[in-house]
Design a protein around this ligand. Sequence first.
Ligand code: HXC
Length: 256
Amino acid sequence: MTLNYEKEGKVAIFTLNRPEALNAIDPDLLGALSKAFCDFKKDDTLEVGIITGAGQRAFSIGADIKTMLPEMKRAQNNSYVQPPTIMRGLNLWKPLIAAINGAALGGGLELALACDIRIASEKAFMGLPEVNLGIIPGWGGTQRLMRLIPQAKAAEMLLTGKPIDAREAYRIGLINKVVEPDKLMSAALDMAELIMKPAPLAVRAAKQAMVQGLNLSLESGLRLEKSLFEMLATSGDFDEGCRAMLEKRKPEFKCR
Ligand code: HXC
């Protein structure tokens, strides 16, 4: 199986599982990712997802140059349609954490960029080397990196294709945390626990407002925020959150 998709309580764990190919994304893996993201989206028991790579060396080195990129070339003649993923085509408001265990290059970094939180091992390095192949990132790298980090740094990464190490990625705000390699998954699970404490509907609405709002004018963004706020204001979890706060107890959110 090119992807291990496991459910541990309310957490879904997606492990790219082609360690012998440094978790390069081939059409099979892309299809499996798409299916798993769709299941995660509709499974009401799941709240947070963690994406990581099998093996010690790589999170993912991007689209498989031997199989995936040729398919994309053929796609110019409409013979291959990419399945929807978080990089492109699938809106997913449940939070996602990338646990970057090694190299995250090209489409591998783009997968991590489509997550909300990125935690990296000290051994990780990341970059968008597509220009070296004569292409540009095609899974959102040019758009999401420019919105995430200072533009001068994004331009340097996109125009030179040179990777940066985890410390530098942390310094420029590309990742949230750097940890020792053997602490990576526990750090990601700790972050998932923190995200699962507040009301899930509110967390999802916060993500939707943040992600969709980035592409809107301030005025439209404020309208989006207002409509999501109004939706939450009628929820039972809002009543429960306020009551629990006043009664000095832990809230019991029911996701409605
Ligand atoms: C398939 C790849 C590959 C890739 C490397 N290899 N990158 N195979 N797809 N993306 C293969 C090499 O050919 C080699 O195969 C083996 O992996 C190990 O690579 P080496 O270079 O020999 O090893 P090393 O010196 O350790 O360097 C590893 C590396 C380096 C840091 C990952 O190979 C590298 O920088 N690769 C470039 C990755 C890249 O360009 N990614 C972007 C892809 S485009 P053999 O058979 O010799 O062992 C992309 C676009 C996404 O992601 C958007 C699409 C719409």
